[in-house]
Design a protein around this ligand. Sequence first.
Ligand SMILES: [Zn+2]
Length: 264
Amino acid sequence: MKIKKIILYKEAAVPEINTSQLADFLSNTLSIKVEIKDNIFKEFTNEQIKNLSKIRVIDPKRTFQEYDANDEEIEFEKKLCLDSSIMDTTTKIENAQKISDVLMYDGFELQKILRHLNTDDKVLHVIITNRLTCTYDERDFRYHARTVICANPTIISTSGAIEAPAKPREYYFEVMNMKSQGLGIDSVKEKYKDKVLDYHDKRLTKILEGFVLQSIFYHITGEPFCEDLRCKINNAHWQKDLLFSQLEIDELCQKHQEILSNLN
Ligand SMILES: [Zn+2]
C-alpha cells in the first residue's frame, strides 16, 4: 500500500516523547509528509467513551467479552480521556496484587473504536497512547501486553513498550526480594536501567521510532517484523534486545533498507 501521509497523535502525558523529533525522523526516513495532532481521546464523544469502557480486559485468561462497566467506571474513563496523565495514578503491573487491578484494553477492539479516522487509505494514523493495550493469544490462551497494533489506525502503547518485552529474570527476582522485605524497588531499577525501560523514560522517543517503522513495513509488505537483532524493526521479546536494536544499532538491516530505498 502506498502511504502519502502519516498523522501522529500525541500522548502529552508522556512529555519524554518528543513528537516533533519522531515526526522529523519519519519524514526524513520515508520522504513523506508527517502531521502531528493532539491526543485523540480528548475528542471522544460520550458514546465512544462508553465503548472504551467496554473493552477493558479484566480476566487475561478469557477471550474478549464486553465488560459491563458501571457509571463510576465510565465517569473515570471520561476523566482519563480528557487527561491521560491520570493513567500514572492507576496500578502498574509490578505493584498489582491481582492483574484485574491493572487498567488494560483489548488492542484490536480499541483499533475498531478508532477506525472512523480512516477516511483516506493513503493516510496512516498513528495513535500514541499511554493506555496499556493487550491482545489475546490463541497459542497459550491468554492476553499479553502489546506495544503496537499494526493496522490503520496503528496504536502504539507506551505502557506496552515497558510491559510487553520481558525484563531480565534476575530483575523480577530482585524486585520480589525487595518487596518481600517491604523495601522500594528504585535501587533495582537503577541497577538494571541499561537493560530495562521504565515509565517516563527519556529513551522513549528513540524506542518509538522502531514501532512506527514496524507499522509502515506492515503496510508496505504485510510483515511488520524482522528477526535480525541488528535491525530497527526487530521483534524484540526482551527489553535488552529492544534497547539494543533501537539505541545501539539504530538502523534497518540491508534487506529492509533496500525495501525503503526502492519506495522513494
Ligand atoms: Zn530487517
